[in-house]
Write a protein that binds this ligand. Structure first.
Ligand code: ATP
Length: 235
């Protein structure tokens, strides 16, 4: 039986007494790209961190490629490539060493060759032997994207991946997400750029009030209607 690559059901998360996620439901099938919109503080990062195994939920279920993230955490994590809000690189290691280190953790086969490929994909091959500390913000973001692709995950989770990228970086990212989905992978990304949600996704969701307040096929959306829903969520 084939599973959705991501299945979230009644997911809840509180910080202290404050409920941040109040029962989020979402399914992402192979080949789909989903954009997640939401105001500052809506819980987008919290949601992605739970999916990536970096925060514990207080209720609900999450399955990644059919694997329960609580009970089959390690296997589930291997199916995910995560681009966090911050690049989280090892500053003293070179660009290549950062990837090789990660490659060892994930038992990537032929890690150097794979690293070469992903660095080329993000346009960073020329910097392979430079220390991560010498990278600009956008270059560090490119490396974080390369690292997320290294172990050929089925589900890509990206928290504001468009942050800090120049025009070329944005175009590379768009192409990577499209190719990942065309190859049968799935993508869930957050953004504050409406045009990126509209252009890069098959489905668009809006997180508001701790729930998926809005979820539609992107091509059926009028840009104005998402913007309006977003603005209503801010009130
Ligand atoms: P942004 O668009 O600003 O990135 P977001 O939608 O990603 O926002 P989150 O970072 O998930 O929002 O934060 C959701 C809420 O949870 C916020 O009110 C935030 O203050 C709170 N929060 C997040 N992390 C913690 C934490 N570690 N401890 C306490 N509260 C937290």
């Amino acid at each position: 039986m084939s599973h959705p690559y991501l299945e979230i059901s009644k997911l809840k998360k509180n910080y202290g007494l404050k409920p941040v996620l109040r029962g989020v439901n979402l399914a992402v099938e192979p080949g789909q790209r989903v954009a997640l919109l939401g105001a500052n503080g809506a819980g987008k990062t919290t949601l992605l961190r739970i999916l990536a195994g970096l925060a514990e939920p207080d209720g609900g279920r999450v399955h990644i490629c059919g694997l329960d993230i609580m009970h089959e955490a390690q296997q589930a994590r291997r199916a995910i490539g995560f681009v966090a809000h911050q690049p989280y690189l090892y500053d003293d290691l070179t660009v290549m060493e950062n990837l090789l280190f990660f490659g060892r953790m994930y038992s990537v086969k032929r890690p150097r060759e794979r690293a070469h490929i992903v660095l080329e994909q993000v346009g960073l091959l020329k910097r392979a032997d430079d220390r991560a500390s010498a990278l600009s913000r956008g270059q560090a973001q490119r490396l974080a994207i390369a690292r997320a692709l290294l172990h050929t995950p089925r589900l890509l989770l990206l928290d504001e991946p468009d942050t800090g990228l120049d025009e070329e970086g944005i175009a590379l990212l768009e192409a990577l997400l499209r190719e990942h989905a065309q190859d049968g992978g799935a993508v869930l990304f957050t953004t504050h750029q409406f045009e990126h949600a509209m252009q890069w996704s098959d489905y668009t969701g809006l997180l508001s009030g701790g729930r998926m307040a809005y979820f539609r096929e992107t091509r059926a959306l009028e840009a104005g209607s998402v913007r309006q829903a977003y603005q209503e969520a801010l009130r």
